[in-house]
Design a protein around this ligand. Structure first.
Ligand code: GRF
Length: 170
């Protein structure tokens, strides 16, 4: 059965677009609710609105707010997040700068189950890119974002079918 997906964003929404565009045809999930920027309305209404929409899965897609343990606990096992690093490396902010500063030769992105631990929870897929000489945080972010848009729909496809086998890209 096709799964209903709620998508939460706080950035420019490009990951939301990638997910929404993927959810067509025989894709095993459909968008039920994308929720964007209005913080006050968001904080007041998130649980009410989500429960009304009855999502089977919640995709945090560039969603940069920390959620309470009550919230993550309520949706345990149903909520995914994308993070622009090869977790468990570089949880939190400034991931690309940190990877470059560390002298890493690769970076990437991870989709994981969202739990009470920030950028924690089981990793369900990763995509890797090479860090080139002269790479900047902006150039690396742009390169990784391209892979975010491929990785997240692919993990969602599997997750919606109950398959938690990790995705590895490219
Ligand atoms: C993505 O890189 C996401 O991983 C990070 O913020 C960015 C949001 O991009 N947390 P968008 O809003 O999906 O375009």
């Amino acid at each position: 059965m096709t799964k209903r997906v709620a998508i939460l964003i706080s950035g420019s929404g490009s990951n939301m677009v990638a997910l929404a565009e993927a959810m067509q045809g025989d894709f095993p999930a459909r968008p039920a609710l994308p929720y964007g920027k209005d913080r006050a309305a968001f904080e007041a209404e998130l649980t009410r609105v989500l429960e009304e929409a009855q999502p089977d899965i919640i995709c945090l897609a560039g969603f940069m707010r920390i959620l309470t343990p009550e919230f993550t606990g309520h949706w345990a096992g149903k909520m995914l997040n994308i993070h622009p690093s090869l977790l468990p490396k570089y949880k939190g902010l400034h991931t690309h700068q940190r990877a470059i500063d560390a002298g890493d030769d690769e970076a990437g992105c991870s989709v994981h189950e969202a739990t009470a631990e920030l950028d924690g929870g089981p990793v369900l897929g990763q995509a890797r890119v090479t860090i080139e000489p002269g790479e900047t945080p902006d150039s690396l972010a742009a390169k990784v974002l391209v892979w975010e848009h491929k990785l997240y729909p692919e993990v969602l496809r599997r997750f919606a079918c109950g398959d938690r086998t990790p995705v590895s890209l490219p």
